[in-house]
Design a protein around this ligand. Structure first.
Ligand code: PLP
Length: 380
């Protein structure tokens, strides 16, 4: 199938606007020149607005995981304790990164289960230098309680390191208000730029905590700050990706974060309404402080069917959705609705999904899901 005929409805990379693609084919510029610095400052200013932060903002040439590692690698020394909250694959990744640098205090929930704040408090009360949590756990379609964990981190004087890889630019994320010391986002997710860059905000408290003798070399956030103060990056940046990022961020600004968050939340609500109408169960188990993700919806595979069958049925129709990762493979399927995904993309996805489910004998008639999704999208 021609790539241009496929619709990406997965949790990143997401489709990028034609003007973003065009921007990436511009001639190279001097990365130490005025033109690059102006672009750097423009991107930084827009990102601070999206992160809702006054903290320093760094742009790393490397995917989300690079910034996750930078956050931990710069703040955590070998004897430092890190409470690592896990209820999905990316929480597990934070735990694994933390184990390379310090002493992990794991706080593991079944993937897709909600975080229990009493247990977070219990672990933090024992003393830790930092707590890590994924705000939007992409692997399980669950939104974790970031403001509450921020409060607990403050109470017990721990750094709050938050993976906002699939929430920042999609949800209303308030880095400063929530007390997030380091927040990370990936370019290929909610801001709808190409993959390859990650951005992170770093508080003064986090910089003060970077007391270890040897910071990582390429991911030394102090070096990033020193350069950022001169509107530069410490090493040669991925210039074409910066061109693309700048255009993508302008699209975010033109839409406005409030409208963008509302559109993405409504899109996810439409998907959930369709699932409910078709008798498909959502995967996450919510408690009073968690929520369904506003950017990626995870559904249980219906009895007798693998999530991978649904995924491949959709692929045959030119729509790329996601299955379950690692231990969730086959058990769930996921539909991404982040970035610039429009209501019509969601409608097409649901219509085709109904056809796939009919073929798999999961639904008898088509139409209920489509109608339910349409009625939610009509509220936009
Ligand atoms: N964290 C979350 C929540 C993610 O969804 C992802 C990627 O899907 C990552 C981290 C890793 O990001 P990357 O693949 O850009 O390194």
């Amino acid at each position: 199938m021609d790539l241009e005929d496929t619709l990406l409805m997965m949790p990143g990379p997401v489709p990028v606007a034609p003007k973003v693609l065009r921007a990436m084919s511009k001639p190279m510029i001097n990365h130490r020149g005025k033109e690059f610095s102006a672009m750097f400052d423009d991107c930084t200013a827009m990102l601070k607005e999206i992160f809702q932060t006054q903290n320093d903002l760094m742009i790393v040439s490397g995917s989300g995981t690079a910034s996750m590692e930078a956050a931990i690698g710069c703040t955590i020394d070998k004897d430092d304790k890190v409470v690592a909250i896990e209820n999905g694959k990316f929480g597990e990744r934070f735990k694994d990164i933390a184990a390379r640098y310090g002493q992990v205090v794991p706080l593991e929930f079944e993937w897709g289960q909600s975080v229990d704040l009493d247990l977070v408090e219990e672990k933090l009360a024992e003393g830790a230098k930092a707590v890590t949590m994924v705000h939007n756990e992409t692997s399980a379609g669950i939104r974790n309680p970031a403001p509450e964990v921020g409060k607990l981190a403050k109470k017990y004087d721990a750094l709050f390191i938050m993976d906002g890889v699939t929430s920042i630019g999609g949800d209303d994320v308030k880095v400063d208000e929530w007390g997030v010391d380091i927040a990370v986002v990936g370019s290929q997710k909610c801001v709808a730029a190409p993959p390859g860059l990650s951005m992170l905000s770093v508080s003064e408290r986090a910089f003060d905590a970077m007391t270890k003798e040897n910071l990582p070399y390429y991911l030394d956030l102090k070096a990033y700050k020193k350069s950022a103060d001169k509107s530069q990056t410490p090493y040669t940046p991925a210039v074409p990706l910066f061109f693309g990022l700048q255009e993508a961020l302008k699209i975010v600004m033109d839409e406005g974060m409030e409208a963008r968050a509302k559109r993405q939340a409504t899109g996810a609500a439409a998907i959930r309404a369709a699932m409910d109408a078709m008798g498909i169960e959502m995967f996450p188990q919510l408690n009073e402080v968690s929520g369904y993700s506003n950017t990626v919806s995870a559904m249980k595979a219906p009895e007798g069917v693998s999530g991978n069958d649904i995924k491949s049925g959709m692929m045959d129709k030119g729509i790329i959705i996601a299955g379950g990762q690692n231990r969730l493979s086959g058990q769930i399927f996921r539909i991404g609705s982040m970035g610039n995904v429009a209501p019509k993309d969601i409608m097409l996805t649901i219509q085709e999904l109904e056809l796939v489910l009919k073929k798999l004998n999961i639904v008898n008639e088509i139409g209920a899901g489509t109608e339910a999704a349409a009625s939610v999208l009509d509220t936009l």
